[in-house]
Write a protein that binds this ligand. Structure first.
Ligand code: ADP
Ligand code: MG
Length: 198
C-alpha cells in the first residue's frame, strides 16, 4: 500500500510529505506494523528517525519494542514539539505510543508533512474505558492514511478493538502488559465493564 518513492535522485526541496496513522487496541500489532514500514524505508536508504514519549519505558529506554520482540532504535522525547528540531531533516519520521503525547502532536505532524516528511504514527485510538485517547482523534483527522489493526479477543477469539484493564486502577495511563490488560472485542469489553461496575 505504501511506497518509498524517494529512492534515487529526488531533491530535498521537491519531496512531498504525508501522514500515516496506525491505530488499534493493545496487542493489535501497531508497533510491529510501524517497524515493518520503517524497515522498508531503511532498505530504500531513506533517512529515518523514530520518536517515543519518555513516559513509555516498559521494555527499553530507547528502543521501540513490539510484543513479539521486534525492536528498532528510537529517541525518547518529552514534547511533540521536540520532533521539529530532530526530525525536520529526515525522509521518514516514525512515532510510537503517539497517544501519550501532548495535544500539540497533530500540529507538529502537519508541519513535518508540509515540509516534505513522511510521518508514520502508531498509537492507541481508545483508552481502557473505550474513550478516544489524547491527541489521536486530531491526528487521525489530519492524516492521509489511517490503518486500524486488530488484536484477537482473549475471551472469545473474535477481532478485538478494545484494551480491557484487569487492574482496578483508574488512572488513564497505567503502563502494563498481559497481566494488567486484555485485548477484547466489543461484546466481551462491554460485558467486562458491566461486571466491574456490579
Ligand atoms: P501493539 O503495538 O499494538 O500493542 P505489538 O506490535 O507490540 O502490538 O504486538 C503484536 C503481537 O502481540 C502479535 O504479533 C502477537 O505475537 C502478540 N499478541 C499477544 N496477545 C495478542 C492478542 N490478544 N491478539 C493479537 N496478538 C497478540
Ligand atoms: Mg505498541
Amino acid at each position: 500500500m505504501f511506497i518509498e518513492p524517494r529512492v534515487g535522485n529526488k531533491t530535498h526541496a521537491s519531496r512531498k510529505g504525508w501522514i500515516e496513522v496506525i491505530c488499534g487496541s493493545m496487542f493489535s500489532g501497531k508497533t510491529e506494523e510501524l517497524i515493518r514500514r520503517l524497515n522498508r524505508a531503511k532498505i530504500a536508504r531513506q533517512k529515518i528517525e523514530i520518536f517515543k514519549p519518555t513516559v513509555d519505558k516498559r521494555y527499553h529506554e530507547e528502543d521501540v519494542v513490539s510484543h513479539n520482540a521486534n525492536a528498532i532504535r528510537s529517541t525518547p522525547i518529552d514534547f511533540a514539539q521536540d520532533m521539529l528540531l530532530l526530525g525536520g531533516s529526515c525522509d521518514v519520521v516514525g512515532i510510537d505510543e503517539a497517544q501519550f503525547f501532548d495535544d500539540g502532536l497533530a500540529e507538529v505532524c502537519v508541519k513535518l508533512a508540509n515540509s516534505g516528511v513522511r510521518v508514520i504514527a502508531a498509537g492507541l485510538d481508545m483508552d481502557y474505558l473505550g474513550k478516544p485517547f489524547g491527541p489521536m482523534p486530531a491526528l487521525m483527522a489530519v492524516a492521509e492514511y489511517v490503518t486500524k489493526v486488530h488484536a484477537v479477543c482473549v475471551q472469545c477469539g473474535d477481532i478485538a478493538n478494545y484494551s480491557f484493564r484487569n487492574a482496578a486502577d483508574e488512572k488513564q495511563v497505567l503502563l502494563g502488559e498481559t497481566d494488567s490488560y486484555e485485548a477484547r472485542c466489543r461484546h466481551c469489553f462491554t460485558e467486562g465493564m458491566k461486571q466491574k461496575k456490579s
